[in-house]
Design a protein around this ligand. Structure first.
Ligand code: FAD
Length: 377
């Protein structure tokens, strides 16, 4: 019997394991998913934890409960991938053999890579970070909040500008918006990463007095002076620094010599097979695929990988292709939001800011657990 091993029980790994369990007969393949924590975490909810709107316990579920029963779950850390011998080494458990391997290991936060980050910066890219930020916001009485990113790439490109909007909404509701200056520093030539959507976000920023500076690529933080400086030579002081932490690819990918300089897994953008080994697939944030590092991308990619693994196991020609599709929702505060859909060939159409867009985001957050991990949508 063939063996399929999936590393990572986040968005992409869980969907692909469940789809394979649904489509491959028990005598065709054994499906094993390895996850370091055995917990599935819904990261888009982190921002709502930071702004006091979500209980963090609602964002975590046991991975076992989200998987079809025939998927074998191994709670362990994958520490080495050996493509030549088709083996995965675990920190504690036995070596796993595979015929097809799917890497859905996510991105890694590496705050230590930017000196001063840990002492100086707040973020909402982990549950703990979001809880600390919530406490800091509760006690913030006024001053300048600088919002920026430590480096690119990072998960969910719209998240920092969404955070700037949420700060405006939060302090407006608190009645101290006039005491808070929000200054957004973008590493790019515009405020929002997607060019067609940039005018929409610029308009929101202008309406709500969110200041912005472009071409600000962080070089250093001075926690003593409370100042952040850019490679381009500018320095801004802050009273609170809200900075998306530096990211790298998965450690096991790097340690196995499979990553590029950033630790990202070189992956063919249509077939999702890794460039070095066609029997290894990459999904989601751990790859170097040129799309947003997003749950939406991981979701669509997982379906393509499931199709291809089924074809490979059955000795058929694999024809599925990922078209680069991403769908993304942004909450701009004040019960307004917008959504965008785009792919490799079609950039997003500038979206209207609306109540409907905001409701869309809330529905995605509510429906996630019922629909996405199981691959129902
Ligand atoms: C604040 C925030 C807001 C976001 N908002 C959105 C949004 O609105 N829309 C959207 O589409 N996306 C959003 N995202 C991004 C989205 O959450 C990720 O892109 C998505 O989770 C990626 O899925 P993945 O399967 O690639 O990785 P993940 O879901 O991160 O899963 C990776 C899994 O691999 C496991 N793992 C790692 N290393 C090992 C190892 N060595 N051995 C075993 N297991 C391992 C991890 O424990 C984890 O369970 C947001 C992210 C953040 C942080």
């Amino acid at each position: 019997m063939k063996k399929v091993v999936v590393l990572g029980g986040g968005v992409g790994g869980t969907i692909v394991a469940n789809l394979l369990a649904k489509r491959l007969r028990k005598d065709e393949a054994e499906i094993t998913l390895v996850d370091i924590s055995g917990k599935h975490i819904y990261q888009p909810g982190f921002i709502y934890v930071a702004f006091g709107k979500k209980n963090p316990k609602k964002l975590v579920r046991d991975e076992r409960k989200l998987l079809r029963t025939r998927v074998k779950l191994v709670i362990d850390e994958a520490v080495k991938i050996d493509p030549l011998n088709h083996k995965v080494h675990l920190a504690k458990g036995p070596v796993l053999d595979y015929d097809r391997l799917v890497l859905a290991l996510g991105a890694r936060l590496v705050p230590d890579e930017l000196p001063g980050y840990k002492e100086a910066a707040q973020h909402f890219y982990s549950i703990e970070g979001a809880q600390r930020l919530r406490e800091a916001l509760e006690s913030f009485q006024g001053g300048r909040i600088v919002v920026t990113v430590a480096s690119v790439p990072y998960k969910c490109p719209p998240a920092p500008s969404e955070a700037a909007c949420q700060l405006d909404y939060y302090f407006t509701k608190k009645g101290i918006r006039d005491k808070v200056e929000i200054h957004y520093l973008s590493p790019l030539s515009r405020v929002f990463p997607l060019e067609p959507v940039n005018p929409v976000v610029e308009k929101i920023f202008a309406k709500h007095d969110i200041k912005s500076t472009i071409f600000f690529n962080v070089e250093s933080i001075d926690p003593a002076k409370k100042a952040v400086s850019s490679i381009e030579g500018e320095t801004f002081s802050y009273d609170m620094l809200l900075m998306i932490p530096p990211h790298r690819g998965a450690k096991v990918v790097e340690d196995s010599g499979l990553g590029d300089r950033g630790g990202w897994l070189p992956t063919e953008k249509y077939t999702l097979r890794t460039k070095a080994n066609s029997d290894i697939f990459g999904i989601g944030d751990c790859t170097d695929i040129p799309v947003s590092k997003s749950g939406a991308a991981a979701h669509f990619e997982a379906k393509v990988v499931a199709d291809s693994v089924v074809a490979d196991i059955r000795g058929e020609q694999a024809t599925a292709k990922y078209d680069g599709r991403v769908t993304c929702y942004c909450d701009a505060g004040y019960h307004k939001g917008f959504s965008m859909t785009f792919d490799y060939e079609h950039p997003p159409v500038p979206p209207p800011l609306s109540l409907r867009g905001w409701i869309g985001k809330q529905l995605v957050n509510l429906g996630y657990w019922m629909l996405v991990p199981q691959g129902r949508v």
